[in-house]
Design a protein around this ligand. Structure first.
Ligand SMILES: [Zn+2]
Ligand SMILES: [Zn+2]
Ligand SMILES: [Zn+2]
Length: 257
């Protein structure tokens, strides 16, 4: 009997793969390392590494933050795709990179103590400090994070591995910058670290937003709304009661729609 086959890819298509099921239920990881690389929360399934077959991997790079694991990302678009513990027979695969439907559900949340305050327990801040996982990119935003948008669109799914969370920055002061960019099909430019793949910013039509997950607590931010929810993965529900939109037409607080 043939096993189920799931295909997946990064946003730019430089990394394409198939995974032979059954797939492990999804774990959402809130640890600082996964937050920085994904830009919010990383959601992953897992298979024995022998069940993962690469169709294309010319842009795949690996980064190790510790001796315990290595993290695979696409150097063409910054998508955070794989995680493998040292010596483990299994490899974790970003759930958001899989073509749907996956038939999966989120079974557990890990490392909630490391979670961003902007989606757990909002705290005040006068400025936002951020850095990618490897530290090659460091920046300051001179105001609190404010409202944070969760974007469930296909592009954000592929690059973040789950869905993205970002806020509009009036200004960004870079203290270190060693990044690359990828221009998406709709003209948006995503900036990410070339060494560790952490998502940094997204610029479209002159507005630059910053990935919330690369920022340090306290952020002064709070999750505000979910956009492009029609494109979300099938393996999670949005149940926090915040406004949802099929597009990105939800007004920010204090402005008119
Ligand atoms: Zn890519
Ligand atoms: Zn980095
Ligand atoms: Zn998006």
């Amino acid at each position: 009997m043939p096993s189920e086959v799931h295909s997946g890819a990064c946003l730019c298509g430089g990394v394409q793969f198939t995974a032979l099921g059954p797939l492990r239920p999804v774990i959402a990881c809130h640890c600082t390392q996964c937050r920085k690389q994904s830009g919010h929360v990383w959601a992953a399934t897992s298979v024995p590494a022998t069940h993962l077959h690469m169709q294309k991997m010319e842009t795949l790079r690996w980064y190790s933050a510790t001796d315990h694991a290595r993290r695979g990302f696409c150097s063409g678009c910054g998508a955070f795709l794989f995680w493998r513990a040292t010596g483990s027979p299994d490899i974790s695969i970003a759930a958001g990179a899989l073509e749907g439907p996956t038939g999966l559900t989120i079974a557990e949340d890990w490392y909630l103590d490391d979670a961003g305050d902007y989606y757990t327990t909002p705290r005040l801040a006068d400025e936002v400090q951020g850095a990618c996982l490897c530290g090659a990119n460091r920046f300051t935003v001179p105001h609190a994070m404010g409202p944070v948008w969760a974007c469930h669109c296909t592009q954000c799914r592929k690059t973040s591995g789950h869905y993205s969370a970002s806020f509009d920055a009036e200004a960004i002061t870079w203290h270190a910058r060693a990044s690359a960019t990828h221009t998406g099909p709709n003209g948006g430019v995503r900036e990410f670290c070339l060494t560790c793949g952490s998502g940094l910013t997204f610029t479209k039509e002159g507005v630059t937003s910053v990935e919330a997950g690369v920022c340090e607590n306290p952020t002064g931010g709070h999750l505000y709304a979910h956009v492009f929810v029609g494109e979300k993965g099938d393996y999670y529900q949005i149940a926090d009661g915040l406004p949802q939109s099929l597009a990105d037409d939800i007004a920010t607080e204090g402005t008119q729609a």
